[in-house]
Design a protein around this ligand. Structure first.
Ligand SMILES: Cc1ncc(COP(=O)(O)O)c(C=O)c1O
Length: 369
């Protein structure tokens, strides 16, 4: 039995009938940009997260860069982030003219190691971007302490972690802003690109709202330098429908993770760990293995989907050569890049498929001894 790594068509089938009339109304209205659907979705999303404000933007990358811009971070400034994440966590920093400064990860959680953050703080550091990678919150207690002592704001990259909690508080509500992505493969995914910024700060929210529409509050009067990073009404309508099911879907991901934890525990691989106080939403179920290439060949042969997030840590990405990092600078990120492998985890997976994944992995280790 083949098991695809992800099959978005299955989720679409579940909500298709509910969506059709809403989309039909949108087509009839011909009001595609911002408008009531976006402001309604912003309110529901803010309520869901427990944040005061939510501002819909065009992508998770834009959520990050608009947060930095709204805090006046730009040329000459440094922003600390993880060396092991999706490229956009740092790309957003570069796009607003600042310099990304990388920090190694905690090997157990794959998230920013707070113990190494303080060493990287300089007079130029203007923000810290913790990433809640794979759906698991970063160590927010330690990071908040660092932020409070240093006065440097946290901008949470919650792009992979909508609905995740740390000490029963939703991610995206700890920092000056929380940044979310609605890329289709995320736990809450649209029919294209989309993103959201959450914040408790009303003034900052107002500025972000201006920046996303050319710096304007009033039409054709730009108070600040802005861009065009608006959320489409189409995405807002789809995401509003999907948000109702998010907890149910996230819980299914959590039970799949439990199933894998149980089935794979005796195999020579390191499984994800969710410590007390953390509530992961498993955007990915990522294991570490030693003989990854061989295992990948086996999975391909048996038609079991897998993915490698991420094969190259950010400090070794060719585009960041100019930052002057070299191999060996962030050993944990490098080890992670060489050993991680993500298994299929989406709410629509059937028990037989999960068993197939577990049996295929078990058979591999019998074969290689
Ligand atoms: C950790 C992380 N940060 C940022 C992003 C950027 O989000 P988007 O693809 O919506 O721009 C993503 C999504 O791909 C992500 O996984």
């Amino acid at each position: 039995m083949s098991v695809p790594f992800l099959d978005l068509k299955l989720q679409y089938q579940q909500i298709k009938d509910e969506l059709q009339p809403l989309l039909q109304d949108l087509y009839e209205s011909q009001q595609f940009v911002l408008g009531i659907p976006v402001s309604e979705f912003e309110s529901t999303f803010a309520q869901y997260c427990g944040s005061a404000e939510a501002i819909g933007v065009a992508s998770g990358t834009d959520a990050l860069s608009i947060s930095l811009e709204a805090l006046d971070i730009g040329a000459g400034d440094e922003v600390i982030t993880s060396a092991f994440t999706f490229i956009a966590s740092a790309g957003a920093v570069v796009s607003c003219g600042a310099k990304p400064v990388f920090v190694d990860i905690d090997p157990v959680t794959f998230n920013l190691d707070p113990n190494q953050v303080e060493d990287k703080i300089t007079k130029k550091t203007k923000a810290i971007i913790p990433v809640h990678l794979f759906g698991l919150a970063a160590d927010m207690k330690s990071l908040l302490e660092i932020s409070e002592t240093s006065g440097i704001p946290l901008i949470e990259d919650a792009c992979q972690a909508v609905g995740a909690e740390y000490q029963q508080q939703k991610v995206g509500t700890f920092g000056r802003t929380g940044c979310f992505s609605f890329f289709p493969t995320k736990n809450l995914g649209g029919f294209g690109d989309g993103g959201m910024v959450t914040t408790e700060d009303e003034k900052l929210a107002e500025k972000i709202r201006m920046i996303r529409v050319h710096g304007s509050k009033e039409r054709y009067k730009s108070e600040v330098i802005g861009r065009n990073v608006r959320l489409d009404a189409l995405q807002a309508i789809i995401l509003d429908v999907k948000l109702k099911y998010l907890d149910e879907w996230n819980n299914k991901r959590r039970s799949i993770a439990q199933f894998y934890n149980e089935q794979l525990k005796s195999l020579p691989m390191t499984l994800p760990l969710e410590s007390p106080g953390y509530h992961s939403v498993y955007n990915q179920y990522t294991v570490r293995v030693e003989n990854r290439d061989q295992l990948v060949d086996h999975l391909v042969e048996k038609e079991i989907g897998y993915s490698i997030y991420y094969p190259i840590p950010l400090h070794l990405q060719p585009c960041y050569d100019y930052l002057g990092y070299k191999k060996g600078d962030f050993p944990e990120s490098e080890k992670a890049a060489d050993s991680v492998l993500s298994l299929p985890i989406y709410p629509e997976l059937k028990t037989e498929q999960l068993k197939e994944v577990a049996q295929t992995l078990g058979a591999f280790y019998v074969k290689v001894g």
